[in-house]
Design a protein around this ligand. Structure first.
Ligand SMILES: [Zn+2]
Length: 416
């Protein structure tokens, strides 16, 4: 029996003042939204990203919301997708809960002029904890942007997602359902909150990684490292980081950014004296960050019983194509999302999706030398031997204890 979805009441209404890098009036940066889960706010603002850019540069732009009817329909579809993501009580639930459990740590990026977002409950004026804002995209979705250096330096920051809940994609002939596309964006947002996001923008950090082994051998591919980590192809992660252990005991080492994030969260707990009221939140953040490291589009798909694209961008045969689901998500059987790469699009979707464009030819497979190819084949064997339990994970270590460690210990000691 599906849960009845009720639009949030006035007590869940949130007043958000967007962050800025300029001296601007809070009024020009204020938008409204609703708390739909702890730490997660939905806004019916139709141009969250443009609005964010204007807020940051100080240029005024009046908020523009979708109509109340659309806002309610959007909310219902969004909650339906969230319900699907968390249904298996595993990685999907850990991802959603992360926004209610983890807080950005005290600390800053290089730009001290950057002001934080503030959030309050509209009816009482009491502060609200907002860690991701999901805006109503009219069509398509937009990736997150790193508003703060904090998104990647281990401190953590609020994330902003613009998302259309009827969005569907096909990449290399694999159809990706809306809940998995939402999951992908939320993984980025959670990575921002954990302070583990990879730098993007003007100088995207690309990596060449192996992603699958087919009849032609191991296929290499290059992509922004942030997308490789968010997508989570296990062979790619094992290549870029390190595969430890063997068989069912194998795991993939976290990135340098993960280790820095973990070290800062640990140092924060250790900097607090026993009995400090901030201790519970600091420990919850430390634990949640360690759990989150395993969650990616690939592990979410595995948990939901779906096949997802081999890599974030297409390898060959087709371009990435986005479309709009013309029926409610519940009217499409899950079998539509279980066909392997190269098997062709599922007939279940034929009459239910309007595709944005027709698939075209592309070839973005990277060429690598024989040594790399050989090493990737060996690694692929190790990844296969590890089976369905393989994830990225931190090595075990004792939990941090409060002890009033000097604040200097919070200085970044790892990475650049
Ligand atoms: Zn992405």
């Amino acid at each position: 029996m599906p849960t009845k979805i009720v639009f949030p009441g006035a007590e869940k209404k949130i007043k958000l003042v967007l962050p800025t890098r300029k001296e601007t009036s809070p009024e020009s940066r204020t938008v409204e939204g609703w708390e739909i889960r702890p730490g997660i706010v939905y806004t019916a603002l139709r141009n969250l990203h443009t609005r964010m850019s204007y807020a940051l540069t100080g240029e005024p732009l009046g908020p523009s919301y979708v109509t109340a009817t659309t806002a309610e329909a959007y909310h219902k579809r969004l909650m339906g997708l969230i319900g699907r993501l968390e249904a298996k009580q595993g990685h999907g639930l850990a991802l959603l809960d992360f926004f209610g459990q983890a807080v950005p740590l005290p600390g800053h990026g290089a730009d001290p002029a950057e002001r934080d977002q503030t959030a309050t409950y509209a009816t009482t004026g009491t502060p609200a904890d907002v860690r991701v804002v999901i805006g109503a995209a009219v069509s398509g979705n937009k990736a997150l942007m790193a508003w703060h250096e904090r998104s990647g330096n281990g401190v953590g920051s609020v994330g902003y997602v613009e998302f259309e809940p009827s969005l569907i994609a096909q990449v290399d002939e694999v159809a990706i359902p809306p809940e998995l596309l939402l999951g992908h964006e939320l993984v980025h947002a959670a990575r921002f909150l954990a302070g583990t996001a990879q730098p993007r923008g003007s100088a995207p950090v690309k990596r060449t990684v192996p992603v699958l082994r087919d009849s032609t051998g191991v296929v290499f591919h290059d992509s922004d490292y942030e997308e490789i980590l968010t997508h989570g192809n296990l062979l790619a992660l094992a290549w870029a980081e390190r595969l430890e252990g063997e068989g069912a005991k194998a795991f993939i080492r976290p990135t340098e950014a993960h280790l820095r994030s973990d070290e800062l969260a640990r140092a924060h707990v250790e900097s607090l004296p026993p009995g400090d009221p901030a201790l519970a939140a600091a420990l919850a953040t430390y634990r949640a960050r360690r759990r989150l490291v395993a969650v990616s589009e690939v592990t979410l798909a595995r948990e939901l019983g779906f096949v997802t694209r081999p890599a974030y961008t297409p390898l060959r045969e087709s371009n990435a194509v986005y479309g709009t689901l013309q029926v409610e998500r519940d009217k499409v059987p899950d079998s539509a999302f279980q066909r392997q790469h190269g098997q062709g699009l599922p007939p279940e979707l034929a009459s239910k999706v309007t595709w944005g464009s027709a698939p075209g030819a592309s070839d973005v497979v990277a060429n690598v030398g024989d040594d790399d190819r050989k090493r990737a084949e060996e690694l692929d064997a190790g990844v296969r031997a590890a089976g369905d339990t393989l994830v990225m994970a931190f090595p075990e270590e004792p939990e941090p204890r409060p002890g009033g460690r000097k604040p200097a210990a919070l200085a970044l000691t790892r990475g650049a």
